[in-house]
Write a protein that binds this ligand. Structure first.
Ligand SMILES: *Cc1c(COP(=O)(O)O)cnc(C)c1O
Length: 377
């Protein structure tokens, strides 16, 4: 019987220990081959991940933030072009647009799924809008049906920040199903260690269904060069290390099983925490699968979320607040001129959300214990 404690928010050491020999072999082979930049594992990983995502083209890069920068760069938008982004997300989603001299335009999110509100996106469209960056927050797809219907006729690019929902699928009214990140013009992801598919350092990738777009992204990620020392465009030095690609090939093989265990943990929480007063479980959009990058509950009542977090901590249960501040309240983005009160849902979520441990290595006893501690509160 494994110990109940410690309970981790994420337990990468335990996850990796289960296939340590495979990671060791990948590491050793990479060191022996000594092709550390653009070595064979990079292309092999891209092909395997593409197959995993229904045949999308995959362009690896250095991290998820660069992936967003590269996606926007590939659109060639003139400075000042408006880029619509949700007010409730990780800051990287805006950072890329801001660094490129584009104008982030914030919109509010939906209170149940935490994802961008399509009606708010529609209302924010102007003749100066060049792109909409949506985030599939916490592992569930934003409303890709509505967002596609808004962007396509307007000639506005849809970029999917898929750092948190790799492998999630969305079912359209037409009956078609697509993987998150492969619906818009370009999708991006991150292999930051804590993501559902994380490497052992920084990494990222872009997705597209269009071969020409993939080739442009590949160029942009490698100094804009079409061939060695021939630079067509101003690009970035943003490549996935061969070593990370080799390790990611191993982890990709184990992703479906890990994904399964995350979803099983979520199902147990759903059952154990149902109908607690003042507590809302993560809403599930029936059109999207949920890969539970986070299992995020909402706690009603002034100060109650923080009190629950303290109660959990006192009982040995870690939890986290993603995100404590909406992006328009971040000093770096004060220049955008937004005021508190403008995105009430995002602001309320920042006071109410709490993410519970949902990683694949949690035992049934640990999940039951966490649920019991929450219920006792
Ligand atoms: C993690 C994350 C990123 C950034 O990825 P990095 O690899 O850390 O640069 C971007 N967007 C979202 C929504 C994320 O969760």
């Amino acid at each position: 019987m494994p110990d109940l404690f410690p309970i981790h928010l994420l337990d990468l050491a335990a996850e990796h220990a289960a296939y340590q020999a495979e990671l060791d072999a990948a590491w050793r082979e990479t060191v022996q081959q000594a092709a550390f930049i653009q070595g064979p594992a990079v292309g092999e990983f891209a092909t395997e991940l593409g197959a995993h995502l229904g045949g999308a083209h995959v362009v690896p890069c250095a991290n998820g933030t660069d992936a967003l920068t590269l996606a926007l760069l590939s659109l060639g938008l003139p400075p000042g072009t408006e880029v619509i982004v949700p007010a409730f997300t990780y800051v990287a989603t805006l950072e890329a647009a801001a660094l490129l001299g584009l104008k982030p335009v914030l919109v509010d999110v939906l209170p149940d799924t935490f994802n961008v509100d399509p009606a708010a996106v529609r209302a924010a469209l102007t003749p100066r809008t060049g792109a909409v960056v949506v985030v599939h927050l916490f592992g569930q797809c934003a409303d890709l049906e509505e967002l596609t219907a808004i962007c396509q006729p307007a000639g506005v690019a849809l970029i999917e920040d898929n750092a948190q929902a790799l492998g999630a699928t969305f079912s359209f009214a037409s009956g078609a199903t697509a993987y998150a990140g492969t619906v818009g013009e370009v999708g991006t992801t991150s292999f930051f260690p804590s993501k559902n598919l994380g490497c052992l350092g920084d990494g990222g990738a872009l997705f597209t269904r269009d071969a020409a777009c993939a080739s442009l992204l590949r160029q942009l990620a490698n100094h804009g060069q079409s061939q060695k020392y021939r630079h067509q465009r101003i690009g970035l030095n943003s490549r996935l290390d061969t070593l990370q690609a080799a390790l990611l090939r191993v982890k990709l093989r184990h992703l479906p099983a890990a994904q399964h265990r995350r979803q099983a943990v979520a199902v147990r929480y759903d059952a154990a925490l149902a109908s607690l007063p003042g507590l809302h479980l993560p809403a599930r959009d029936p059109r999207s699968s949920h890969v539970f990058h986070q299992y995020t509950i909402k706690v009603e009542g002034a100060g109650r979320r923080d009190a629950l977090q303290a109660h959990l901590q006192a009982h040995g249960v870690p939890s986290a607040v993603y995100y404590p501040l909406p992006v328009h309240a971040q000093p770096a983005y004060a220049y955008l001129g937004y005021r508190l009160g403008q995105f009430p849902v995002a602001e309320r979520l920042c006071r109410q959300v709490l993410s519970l441990p949902v990683h694949p290595e949690l035992s049934e006893a640990q999940v039951a214990y966490v649920a019991a501690v929450v219920s006792a509160f």
